[in-house]
Design a binder for this molecule. Sequence first.
Ligand SMILES: *Cc1c(COP(=O)(O)O)cnc(C)c1O
Length: 385
Amino acid sequence: MKTASCLDHMAPYLFAQIDAKRDALKAQGVDVISLGIGDPDLPTPAHIVDAMAEAIRKPENHQYPDYAGSPAFRTAAALWMQNRFGVELDPKTEVLALIGSKEGIAHLHTAFVDPGDYVLAPSIGYPVYSGGATLMSANTYFMPMREENGFLAEFADVPAEVLSKAKIMFLGYPNNPTGACATEEYFDAAIDFCIEHDILLAHDNAYCDICFDGYAAPSILERPRARECCIEFFSLSKSYNMTGWRIAFACGNATAVGALGTVKNNLDSGQFTAVQDAGIAALTGDQRCIADLCALYQRRRDLVVDALHAIGVECTAPKATIYVWAKVPQGETSASFATKLLEQAHVIVTPGSGYGPDGEGFVRISLTTPDDRLLEAVRRIKEAM
Ligand SMILES: *Cc1c(COP(=O)(O)O)cnc(C)c1O
């Protein structure tokens, strides 16, 4: 049986080797601590679970959902964008419910990319940006990201032959995995660039709520000309510990939102309306749960950063996200250092090289592990070094 050739071109799963080693250790009964996965360890707040319990009993929720999202969910999303960022959106044409941001990001390629086209993706980033291009038999141009430029993806030097076929530029700040945050000037420059070259700017805002030290991440849609070229993805996954629920929304440029909606109309039938009702409870309910979550992650961040500094590992305390992006010691690669930590400390971190070409030389440490396990992991890493 011959599968589609685009599947042959999917990047190999870079964490497979580490996964295999982890499984082997676990099979020997070794207690392995994973700081590898970006999946919140705390449960979804009770008021959201309660809303779901109520919604699931409503017979009208048992039928096919509205494909673009229920009017109530889209209105709640628009209201949230207004309250949180001062961004006004028409819920009918500028907001689309998603079955998680990953779904929307992956399908955006179907709406905008033809075979042979280019997608501009950060050279350290969420693998779906380039994976979605590969699935469309399109190409990815990786925009360089350098520490000295604050890990802001550099688009000024994209070659003309790439630009002429470029359809989407993906950005995501606060950034997974580097923890970098964008400035207003950077967003404005990216918007100008995308308008000039007729490129859709897709901004992944999954971490805008997970901020520390008084920082509040913006929406790219706050910027003056954003509505001309931007679509933004907001996910409830990280803000409300809802990764398993699969609920998010896309918003912004009406043409882009509409095109993504057309693709989805033909592929899925929308998210379960009861899950959307739970999403409304999250977006419109008490937001103190987010402040509590940020305080927790900030404490864990400090714990990890202090411990890494104490053993001479270079890293900067991120202003946002659930990750610490740390430099591997001299003489190590991302993979060799991750392997060493696994074999000698029984701690899993993810090699930066798995996030793209400029990720080499770094590892990502996730803060989504209970405090006692995080402390134990840090203790073991100290011992191993
Ligand atoms: C976690 C995450 C998301 C959220 O994805 P969902 O599909 O909504 O769970 C999106 N983008 C990035 C970069 C992430 O790390």
